[in-house]
Design a protein around this ligand. Structure first.
Ligand code: NAP
Length: 349
């Protein structure tokens, strides 16, 4: 009889399955299998140990490219995004260029650096797909004003992102050959306590320290107070037509440097500096007052001399009149016409 047709009969219960005992502890052979639990932590600890950073530059114009050159030379991985297509220029600099901010953010840079014009910063910030970035990302700005981007970053960034506001106080002209001794201003606006986050911020600052920059930590407000007038003075000198001469003094050379450094910057940059620094209008008024005060001082002094000359002439004229009168009296009385020689009014003081 085929087994299926056999009548059911109680059969002895089967022996319990033998437990396979492993001789060795469990080992995970596929990294993919553990990614959901371990991957970010591994990346984090790797970047913690490595000295290079993955930095995304948003705004790959004049200044963004200038920074990228040095970042690449120090071995950092640089990505860039800009509204214009800089792909071939970027590839010459060994920078990966992305025409879409979504694609760039999916590369999970550790640092996102804003190097757009001041006036376009808010628009750019609103277009960043923050959800595609890692939960902890450091945002850095290099705008030449500081309170304005600080407030924007605090307003738009998710609270778990770190914020470092900086101003390299040099550019493609002044930092062409070296950054040694040039001033780098920064304010750690919001850096998490976590060791890895502090370390990432220090690593970024280390790029500038390594180039020999003079590292100056001041608040954004202090920076804006100090920096408001520099570009205006540079542009004034340009309008004035300052020129080099064979007898330049050191002070004069400094003025020429200032003029050259600021005249290379776009007018949009200057306009942004003026519009978005609360102290700029105040500084412009003070410059106007300073100019008038010097004018007044000079003209006041000239006026005194002129009045003195006028009054001097009046005295002379009065003396001459009196002398003329005395001479005529003497002559008419028949006295000898000696007396004193007539005064030359031109030599009177
Ligand atoms: P800039 O004229 O201030 O900015 C040019 C950058 O802004 C370019 O990347 C440009 O993108 C981008 N941009 C302009 N309008 C835009 C818009 N409507 N939407 C999106 N992006 C826009 O010149 P910069 O010299 O490169 O300066 C960049 C930043 O660095 C500024 O914030 C400046 O204050 C700061 N900075 C400059 C210097 C310096 O010496 N130059 C020094 C320190 C700090 P596209 O090129 O793609 O059009």
């Amino acid at each position: 009889m085929p087994p299926l047709l056999r009548p059911l009969s109680p059969s002895p219960s089967p022996p319990p399955p033998k437990l396979l005992r492993r001789k060795q502890p469990l080992r995970v052979r596929s990294l993919h299998a553990v990614q959901p639990y371990d991957y970010e932590a591994q990346l984090q600890s790797h970047s913690h140990r490595s000295s290079s950073l993955k930095i995304a530059i948003l705004g790959f114009g004049n200044f963004g490219q200038f920074l990228a050159r040095t970042f690449v030379s120090q071995g950092h991985t640089i990505l860039a995004y800009s509204r214009s297509d800089y792909s071939s220029l970027a590839s010459n600099l060994s920078v990966a260029f992305y025409g879409d901010p979504h694609d760039l953010c999916e590369q999970h840079p550790e640092v996102v650096l804003l190097s757009t014009s001041i006036v376009s910063t808010e628009r750019l910030l609103r277009s960043i797909p923050f959800q595609r970035l890692k939960r902890s990302t450091l945002f850095v700005d290099v705008l030449s004003v500081k309170e304005f981007p600080r407030d924007l970053l605090l307003k738009y960034l998710p609270p778990e992102f770190d914020i470092l506001c900086t101003h390299p106080m040099f550019g493609p002209a002044s930092g062409k050959h070296s950054w040694a001794g040039l001033c780098f201003v920064y304010d750690r606006v919001r850096i998490g306590d976590d060791e890895a986050r502090v370390d990432r911020c220090d690593k970024f600052l280390g790029i500038f320290a390594k180039e020999g920059c003079r590292m100056v930590e001041v608040s954004c407000a202090e920076h804006d107070g100090y920096a408001a007038g520099t570009h205006t003075v540079g542009r004034l000198l340009e309008k004035f037509g300052l020129e080099s001469s064979p007898i330049n003094t050191k002070g004069y050379e400094t003025l020429l440097d200032l003029m050259e450094n600021t005249s290379g910057d776009s007018f949009e940059l200057y306009y942004g500096l003026f519009l978005y620094n609360d102290n700029a209008m105040e500084q412009l008024k003070r410059m106007d007052m300073a100019f008038k005060s010097i004018q007044n001082e000079l003209f006041g002094r000239l006026h005194q001399i002129y009045r003195k000359q006028l009054s001097g002439n009046a005295e002379v004229a009065r003396d001459l009149d009196m002398m003329r009168y005395a001479v005529q009296e003497l002559l008419s009385n028949g006295a000898p016409p000696h007396a004193e020689p007539p005064l030359d009014p031109d030599n009177a003081t």
